[in-house]
Design a binder for this molecule. Structure first.
Ligand code: ADP
Length: 264
């Protein structure tokens, strides 16, 4: 088991860990919500992924930390930015990827990459939460839904309403005012997803839209967002049930490269 590596991605909202075997097959993974004690969250993320893999800490040869809380992964041997890790993870899963769109809890990034999965250019949203998972979390809450429900509901919309507020706080009150005017929540949700797709497209255009795009981060699990991006781009985007783990997977792959004497 000497070639087993792990990647731990501590985001602003969730902690992800992926354990990879010698052959780069995923042996175990974990996903949990991040709390106040990030150091403990990182440890728990690793322990949960190891339990999923039926392995113990001594089986792991190398650990890489990434994400917003990467410097709290004290038990790791390497730290890599989430931009490089999403690039590597997306390229591993979809080798033709040339543009990665990562929509996470509090930020959105467009990352242009080369055929080796290396970062060529990137752009990210400014400090506010507009266009991120947080924006959708707040609006879902305002409508009384769990965030996992809003994507499928938005797909049933008949006539999307136009959501003009980009600020999370204003969007929340815009949503509430549409509800009080009797608009169908499904149509409001479709409007919200379309508004995020617009913002995301602007971000992509800053680095250059490429033919093969891979959608990563937790919001990629939202089917409504996948469809809104498809509609806005006029082309499908790659997405997988592993998309939320691609930062952690990329971290593990960077670790594997370092372990074998590579340049990561
Ligand atoms: P970070 O890495 O920034 O902590 P993630 O990439 O894990 O965040 O994304 C978290 C966001 O993903 C949440 O804010 C939520 O909006 C979204 N999300 C996660 N799972 C789902 C799901 N099943 N359906 C819709 N949205 C989801």
């Amino acid at each position: 088991m000497s070639g087993v590596v792990a990647g731990v991605d501590i985001g602003s909202t969730t902690a992800k860990c992926v354990v990879l075997g010698d052959d780069s097959r995923i042996l175990g993974k974990s996903l949990s919500v991040v709390g106040i004690d990030i150091v403990k969250d990182a440890e728990r993320a690793l322990e949960a992924a190891l339990a999923d893999a039926h392995l113990s800490r001594s089986d792991v040869a190398f650990i890489t930390g990434t994400g917003y809380g990467r410097y709290k992964v004290y038990f790791g041997q390497l730290v890599v930015t989430e931009i490089s890790c999403h690039a590597r993870g997306a390229s591993f899963l979809f080798p033709g990827t040339r543009l990665v769109v990562d929509i996470g809890g509090q930020d959105t990034k467009a990352i242009r990459i080369n055929e080796k999965g290396e970062v060529v250019d990137f752009a990210m949203n400014d400090k506010c939460a507009a266009g991120t998972g947080r924006f959708l979390d707040v609006c879902a809450n305002a409508l009384g839904y769990d965030v996992s429900e809003i994507g499928p509901l938005s797909l049933q919309a008949r006539r999307a309403v136009k959501v003009t507020s980009t600020c999370t706080v204003f969007a929340e009150s815009e949503v509430t005012s549409y509800v009080s005017r009797g608009k169908d929540p499904k149509d409001i949700l479709a409007g919200l997803h379309a508004s995020i797709a617009n913002r995301t497209l602007s971000l992509m255009q800053r680095v250059g839209v490429e033919p093969e795009i891979t959608f990563t981060g937790g919001v990629s699990q939202n089917q409504g967002m996948v469809r809104a991006l498809h509609q806005r781009l006029g082309a499908p985007v790659n997405v997988s049930p592993l998309s939320q783990y691609l930062g952690a997977l990329g971290a593990a792959l960077h670790g594997r490269e370092r372990l074998s004497g590579g340049a990561s």
